[in-house]
Design a binder for this molecule. Structure first.
Ligand code: C2E
Ligand code: CA
Ligand code: CA
Ligand code: CA
Length: 279
């Protein structure tokens, strides 16, 4: 009936309004969180398969909400990207991570690299390499100690411009890694044209090893292919001995995952560096 139609319509607009309001609320909370610097960085060790040495750390941001506690990035990075807040947030992350790295180096910590995730909007900035160079200078860090993590789709969506930015970054001397590798659809020929250093095998493939023959096959193929292209390979999301053994056997040089350590606050990294580990 007509009345029913009206009710459905009203219900629909009301729930849309509610969703829009919830988003607006979260957006203003996120804006305020940035002003108040309510974010904290955790770091996850990146480890050599050969000797279990910590080669570097990946920076992973969390939101410390005064009411709700620690909020994981998947709950706010997408909104930060939609609203453009990822630009100041991403700059904050890079600066804080570099500051931490400077402090670690000043304290005489063993040499390691600092990996930082970039989002597509940061990557689209024409002056990105200049910004990154300025932050490295500010904290007296050699470009070689920084590795930026990008995804295949970020580069593809930027096309010619994307390769220019990669080249500018390469000239600066920072390392470049392709994150979540295997979930996009880069061709071999395409990868070969990119000035990148490392592939990170997505954890969705690692998770199935060794039971899922397809996942194991894909991981082994990515490793062989990467080596043909003279790229290094890091497997992410390594949780078990079996996954570790399989990947090591397949020639993977480095890994990250709960087997070694989850992402942890900076102090915990210092403790991990002090205490050697054998899985
Ligand atoms: P990512 O870059 O692929 O990071 C890996 C995610 O896997 C992290 O989740 C990490 O905590 C989790 N992880 C690590 N080891 C294991 C494991 O053994 N098993 C499983 N199941 N998971 C593991 P997290 O910290 O929640 O971050 C989620 C995503 O948020 C990241 O995925 C990245 O895309 C994004 N992100 C985090 N920090 C930043 C940032 O500063 N900037 C940008 N643009 N994105 C960020
Ligand atoms: Ca990453
Ligand atoms: Ca990843
Ligand atoms: Ca991911």
């Amino acid at each position: 009936s007509k009345a029913q139609g009206r009710n459905t319509y009203r219900y629909y607009t009301e729930s849309l309004t509610r969703a829009a309001n919830a988003r607006l609320l979260l957006e203003s909370k996120l804006r305020r969180a940035l002003e108040r610097e309510e974010f904290i960085l955790h770091f996850q060790p990146q480890v050599a398969m050969a000797d279990e040495r910590i080669l570097g750390v990946e920076t992973l941001v969390r939101w410390q909400d005064p009411e709700e506690g620690l909020i994981p990035p998947d709950s706010f990075i997408p909104l930060a990207e939609e609203t453009g807040l990822i630009i100041p947030l991403g700059a904050w992350v890079l600066r804080q991570a570099c500051r931490q790295m400077r402090d670690w180096r000043a304290a005489g910590m063993p040499t390691m690299t600092l990996a930082v995730n970039l989002s597509i909007q940061q990557f689209a900035q024409r002056d990105l390499a200049v910004q990154v160079g300025a932050i490295l200078d500010e904290y007296d860090l050699p470009a070689s100690c920084l590795e930026l993590e990008l995804t295949e789709s970020m580069i593809m969506h930027n096309d010619a411009h994307g390769i220019d930015i990669l080249n500018a970054m390469r000239e600066l001397g920072v390392g470049l890694a392709i994150d979540d590798f295997g979930t996009g659809y880069s061709s071999l020929g395409y990868l070969k044209r990119l000035p990148i250093d490392r592939l990170k095998i997505d954890k969705s493939f690692v998770q199935g090893i060794p039971e899922d023959r397809n996942d194991a096959e894909i991981a082994a193929t990515i490793i062989a292919m990467a080596h043909n292209l003279k790229l290094q390979v890091l497997a992410e999301g390594v949780e078990t001995q079996e996954q570790h053994a399989f990947l090591r056997e397949a020639g993977c040089e480095a890994y990250q995952g709960y087997l070694f350590s989850p992402p942890v606050p900076a102090e915990k990294i210092e403790a991990l560096l002090a205490a050697p580990f054998r899985p």
